[in-house]
Design a protein around this ligand. Structure first.
Ligand code: FE2
Length: 356
């Protein structure tokens, strides 16, 4: 099952127009395409924004009886489709459905004056879908049915690509097996509840990745703690399994986070004491430790290098979906050395919401 990478991520939201405004103005994306009443769509409005190789689609319903409205009523704003670019959609569909994925939409062409895109969709965790996209024969702004649209927003160049997308589920092993069986992915890492726990909160996580390491999907499940795990809080408020965070790569995390903060993005607060031990743990970052502390950026290392990362507060009303910004220097991990400091920070937020 060869994968070229993540083609796009589509979120079903309560107000796609305002979501697109938020992601262009706060996160520095450029508006590139639109589909809605004016383009012939009768049931939805979709706005496509782009930054580097990241493409996000925000879709809202135009009628109360729409499945989009039902998804939003149930889950709040959330990720509906993690679309995967593949060299051969028919082959991907055949392999996936033969190996156990539930089919949603069989391979079909979508065509307009810019060419043809081949599409097919299978189910993933919860109400989340994977759409296979073959766009080699297409030159339009996104997909047939979409028109180019601009609003003065520009690609700020801060965020370059999707590094990984995390799913929260009740039980991770069946979903790890799903990605192994259906996508021929391999488990590259796993974290037990002992590694990732604080006094109150715990989770277990396994990371699956395609052979080339381009597509990485960590899968979390809640673990037993004294009080409610952050994964349980997600599952309760998302009302089921779903995508928890999108991690996006940057080359200069200090400048990127400073600019995102200036634009209004909210990040989790990290206790100042976290930085006392960082230069000992990761000497490479000692020269920029003041910048990291000022921006609240976390530091972790593995055998192959180090990484810098930071987590936003939830992007919607429910304590569910959020973003991570990550700058890798060789390290291939996901910041498990930060989990304790991170969890303590997350739990302070959870406590403020009365959910701990
Ligand atoms: Fe992450």
């Amino acid at each position: 099952m060869p994968l070229n990478g993540i083609d796009h991520v589509e979120l079903f939201v309560g107000n796609a127009k305002q979501a697109a405004f938020f992601y262009t103005r706060a996160y520095g994306f450029k508006l590139v395409a639109y589909s809605g009443l004016e383009t012939g769509a009768r049931d939805r409005a979709s706005y496509v924004v782009q930054q580097g190789r990241i493409r996000l689609v925000f879709t809202g319903a135009l009628h109360s009886d729409s499945p989009i409205a039902e998804h939003q009523r149930l889950h709040g704003d959330g990720v509906k489709v993690i679309a995967l670019s593949v060299p051969d959609v028919d082959h991907a569909w055949h392999e996936a459905t033969t190996r156990g994925a539930e089919g949603v939409t069989a391979p079909h062409d979508a065509t307009d004056e810019h060419g043809t895109v081949r599409l097919a969709t299978v189910k993933a965790y919860g109400d989340t879908l994977h759409t296979f996209v073959g766009r080699a024969g297409y030159s339009g702004p996104f997909l047939p049915g979409y028109r180019p649209r601009t609003d003065g927003s520009e690609d700020t160049g801060m965020l370059l690509a999707i590094d990984h997308i995390v799913g929260n589920v009740e039980h991770m092993d069946p979903w790890v097996k799903y990605y192994e069986d259906v996508f021929n992915m391999k488990e590259m890492l796993h974290f037990t509840d002992e590694a990732i726990s604080t006094e109150y909160s715990a989770l277990m996580s396994k990371v699956v990745s395609d052979g080339k390491g381009i597509v990485k999907f960590p899968i979390n499940e809640p673990a037993e703690g004294k009080r409610k795990s952050q994964i349980e809080e997600y599952l309760e408020f998302y009302e089921g399994p779903g995508a928890q965070h999108l991690a996006v790569a940057t080359r200069d995390i200090v400048a990127t986070v400073a600019e995102l903060r200036r634009r209004g993005v909210e990040f989790l607060d990290i206790p100042a004491s976290y930085y006392d031990e960082v230069p000992g743990r990761v000497p490479e970052v000692a020269p920029i430790i003041d910048d990291l502390r000022a921006q609240g950026i976390l530091v972790d290392r593995d055998d192959e290098g180090y990484l810098l990362q930071i987590f936003t507060k939830p992007v919607g009303d429910r304590p569910t979906v959020f973003f991570e910004v990550i700058e890798r220097h060789g390290a291939r991990g996901f910041g498990d050395g930060n989990f304790k400091a991170l969890f303590e920070a997350l739990e302070r937020e959870q406590d403020l919401r009365g959910n701990l």
